[in-house]
Ligand binder design. Sequence first.
Ligand code: PLP
Ligand code: COI
Length: 354
Amino acid sequence: MDIKITKTTTPKEKPDSSVLGFGKYFTDHMFMMDYSRDKGWYNARIVPFENISLHPASTVLHYGSEIFEGLKAYRRKDGEVQLFRPIENIRRMNTSADRLCLPQIPEEDALTALTTFVATEKDWTPAAEGTSLYLRPFMYGNDETLGVHAVHNATFVIIASPVGSYYKEGINPVKIMIEDQDVRAVRGGTGYAKCGGNYAASNRAGERAEKQGYSQVLWLDGVERKYIEEVGAMNVMFKIDGKIVTPMLSGSILPGITRKSCIEVLKGKGFTVEERLLSIDELEEALKSGKLEEAWGCGTAAVVSPIGELCYKGEKFTINGGKIGEVTQSLYDTLTGIQWGKIADTFGWTMPIK
Ligand code: PLP
Ligand code: COI
């Protein structure tokens, strides 16, 4: 794949690491590539970061034909920059594309786009503890017609944002509200795809939770509102009576790459990991009997995020005295150790950027 690179003539000043937060600053360039049914993917380019112009009838603006991914480039201790399991994100993006009737991108081309773009923006990868360069690949349909159908024209873009921690709490425990009114997804729907519409539909519950002092909601299944699914931007895991329990990939939750990595790390440490249905009744019983030892969320943006309090139908439960648990901490240390190149990557998950 040929990528035409046009460098900016007005590079921006890079923000100080202390003010980063999440997704507020963007680098100097972006990757773009267009698709049409006739031509396939064409015009791969890296251009100065700029606004995107769309026809007012563009499919994405009316019918939500949009998918995205999220992964990070990490500045290693030795100064090099590396990606974490990028091929997993590319595969998931193609699964999302299939669900939303958007075009898939050959894995090799998507990887070339990603690595060439990160190499261009490498200097933007911050070095301070806990920071990284968040990469946001996304794709949208832009047929210029109001007809409803699978898209014939699309654009694929990658932008990058130097980030600190996703939650203002950092690695400190967050408070999560279990949502019992709205639902996020149903089996057969788009829950397993990373599409913008899933997030748009989840904002109302998120707002309600935030107003009451909670960081995000924990979703229950969309049919019986009985089984634990996932948190707004992360998968969820519990330590119950010595075992790790996490909701199985039922079709309505996102198959997280951090989730998958946590499971592999935990199994390697000798833990029993159960991927299964976990009902709210079982969770409540474990909370009340003290069998729920730890709870944490896991995702690219949030990394491994301890849950210190759960609220369900107005009742509040503190977990592990509101402190980070031993397993959560060790998982965080192992995963971030590999990501930031502080410990050896025995799994072969990292990919250096030249
Ligand atoms: N679940 C949802 C709804 C998400 O938005 C994310 C974030 O990407 C995750 C789970 C975690 O996925 P990953 O670990 O691949 O980032
Ligand atoms: C990620 O962890 O990459 C996410 O996409 C979460 C996000 C919706 C902010």
